[in-house]
Each structure stands twice: as C-alpha cells, then as structure tokens.
Design a protein around this ligand. Structure first.
Ligand code: ADP
Ligand code: MG
Length: 335
C-alpha cells in the first residue's frame, strides 16, 4: 500500500462516481501543461469514454503549447522573435488569428494588455533571480521595443513581422485561455454531458455536472483562503483569475507582480486578484491581465463598457470591487 501512494500522487488522477440515476461519471485529471497546473474534468456515460476524451484534450493542449510557447525554440512564437528586425515570418492561420485577436484586445485596453511586453522580460524576472531593482534608465530603454501597433501583419501571405531588432512577443497572458477554449471546442462535440477545463486558473465549462447541476466558481475570501465569499455560476462560459500570489518579488516593502505595465515598464502593484467572466476563456485571460495593469477603477470602468464581460477585483486592502453585472449571493460579509 505504501508503495502505491507515490504512484497515485504521480498520476494525479481523481475519479468520482456520479450518483444520479443516469449513472454519468465525472473524471478529473490534474497535470502540468504549459508550465501550469491544468485540471480537466469530463462528465461522461462511463469512465472509459471520459479518459479517452481527457487524453484528446491533453493532446490538443500540447499541440497548442508547441505552436506558441516562448520556451520552445521551434515554436512559431520563437521564430517570429528570432527574425525581429530581419524579415517577416510565415505562420499558421491559427497563430495569425491569435495575434490579430491579441492586437484587438490591446486596442480595447489602450495597450494595458500587449503581447510585445515580452521585450521587457530581460529586466524583470519573477523566478527569484532578481537581486537588484533595475535603474530608471534600464526601464526606459526596455519599453522602447514595446508597442502592439508596430507589429506588421500580412493576411494574404499569412506573415508576421516585428520590424525592430530586440522586439519580442509572448502569449503568457492569453495562451492558457486560448488552449482551454480549444480543448473545450473539441470536447463539446463528443459524447460527454459536460466538463471543465481549468488551465492554471483560466477555466471554461460546458454542459453540467453529473448531478445535472450547473458549474459554479467560488470567489475566495481574501482574508481566509479556505472560505468562499460567493459562488458564481459559469454556464457555457469562462472565468479567469490573475493573482499576485504566484509569481512576484518584494522590494522595499512593496510587492511586484509578474504583470508589467507596457506603458511604464514597471510591474503592477496595488491589486491582489482580478477575476474576469466572459464567454471565451481567451478573453477572460487577457482581460484579467489588462485590468491588473489598468488598476481597479479604470479596469472596472472598461469592463462595464463591454457586453457580456464582468469582473471582480480584490485590492491590496482586501476590499472587493465589481462590475455592474455581478450579483453576489453573499455567504458571509466582508471587512
Ligand atoms: P497567469 O499566467 O498567472 O495566469 P496572467 O494570465 O495574468 O497570469 O499572465 C501573466 C503573464 O503574462 C506574465 O507572466 C507574462 O508572461 C505576461 N505578461 C505580463 N505583463 C503583460 C502585459 N501587460 N500584457 C501581456 N502579457 C503580459
Ligand atoms: Mg491573463
């Protein structure tokens, strides 16, 4: 028995059996993909069907990771970056479309979300290896290469060109949401009752639980992570959270997150977490990052102008703020 335990933790597989009369089974698999913890839940007529479907979803996510990862030197992202200032690069229609959508989001958010943020990743590191704060001069220099409007797209030739040497793009704030959407798209067509793709906090749902209940997400009480402040429904839609509790560094008493303001070149401060609700996980993912950069007031204001998008912001004082369409079914009072 003792020997079995590590095996179980290694597989990270959790199986629960549905208790309703239709005997649907809910299977959840937890695994590391795209450098994050993914949880894939599928509700299917039986376990075998559920596992086959989960495997297909995993393959789809791995395919996307290969295509867009900044760490994979063979990815299309790496190729685009390698030829910055040199020549346009031919990309797949999929990557081309992802870049087009990313540029649209950059416009909507006045550049708070910007895939060209990536040229700044030399001066800010969030893996514990930062040993000094960059100088003002270094920060100023780093944003020279930033600017989504500089990206040259040629739809006919399906090419992308970063016109300046040192320019760089990265899908760190949208890729996981995109992967979740694509995995869901694939599973919706299958013999499954419902499911959830949770891509490291960017999640999308379809159908129902095995009990026929709707999927909900809990907004955690910032004062007590174990407690849920309110449950919100996520029906055939998505939700993404960007938080400052995962990758950050402290400097002179301030906490700096891995989300950088492309307009100033400095990491964001002042926000604890941003949770965005919308139809697509991709939009949720990108907007959560954007609201972090824009800050509470401008961020909520922007979301209030967008159809079908809602947001919950928790600031550094643990105060909860929300867009106009969020109605808390409060389980406990805050403050
Ligand atoms: P997480 O990856 O923790 O879910 P986010 O979705 O908010 O968090 O993405 C943060 C990542 O996005 C960073 O690690 C970085 O790769 C990238 N990024 C940082 N700042 C920006 C920005 N202003 N616009 C676009 N991408 C960004
Ligand atoms: Mg994001």
């Amino acid at each position: 028995m003792k020997r079995l335990l590590p095996l179980f933790t290694l597989l990270f597989v959790l199986v629960t059996f549905g208790q309703n009369s239709n005997r649907h089974t809910s299977v959840k698999k937890v695994l590391k993909l795209m450098g994050s913890r993914f949880e894939i839940t599928v509700v299917a007529p039986n376990e075998e069907i559920a596992y086959v479907n989960i495997d297909e979803a995993v393959m789809e996510i791995k395919r996307i990771e290969k295509l867009i990862s900044s760490w994979d030197l063979d990815s299309e992202t790496s190729e685009i970056n390698r030829f910055a200032g040199i020549r346009p690069v031919k990309v797949s229609p999929e990557v081309f479309a992802l870049i087009e959508r990313s540029m649209k989001i950059a416009e909507i958010t006045s550049g708070a979300f910007d895939i060209t943020y990536a040229s700044m990743d030399k001066i800010w590191r969030f893996d514990g290896s930062m040993n000094r704060f960059p100088t003002e001069e270094e920060v100023k220099l780093s944003i020279v290469k930033v600017g989504h409007e500089k990206i040259k797209l040629n739809a006919k030739a399906s090419t992308v060109f970063l016109p300046e040497r040192g320019m760089k793009i990265g899908f760190g704030a949208i890729g996981k949401g995109y992967a979740a959407d694509k995995a869901k798209e694939l599973l919706v067509k299958k013999e499954v009752l419902g499911g959830v793709i949770n891509a490291g906090g960017d999640l999308t749902t379809w159908g129902t639980k095995e009990t026929k209940e709707r999927w909900t997400v809990g907004i955690t009480n910032p004062l007590d992570k174990e407690k849920v402040f309110s449950w919100l429904p996520v029906v055939e839609s998505s939700v993404a959270t960007s938080g400052n509790y995962e990758r950050f560094f402290h400097y002179e008493g301030k906490k700096y997150t891995h989300i950088i303001d492309p307009r100033t070149g400095y990491p964001t401060t002042g926000t604890r977490s941003v949770t965005v609700f919308a139809k697509k996980a991709e939009l949720c993912d990108a907007l959560a990052t954007a609201v972090f950069v824009m800050g509470r007031d401008s961020g909520i204001h922007m979301v209030n102008q967008l159809d079908g998008v809602e947001v919950v912001v928790i600031d550094d004082d643990n105060k909860v703020h929300k867009s106009s369409g969020i109605i808390f079914n409060k389980t406990e009072e805050m403050n």
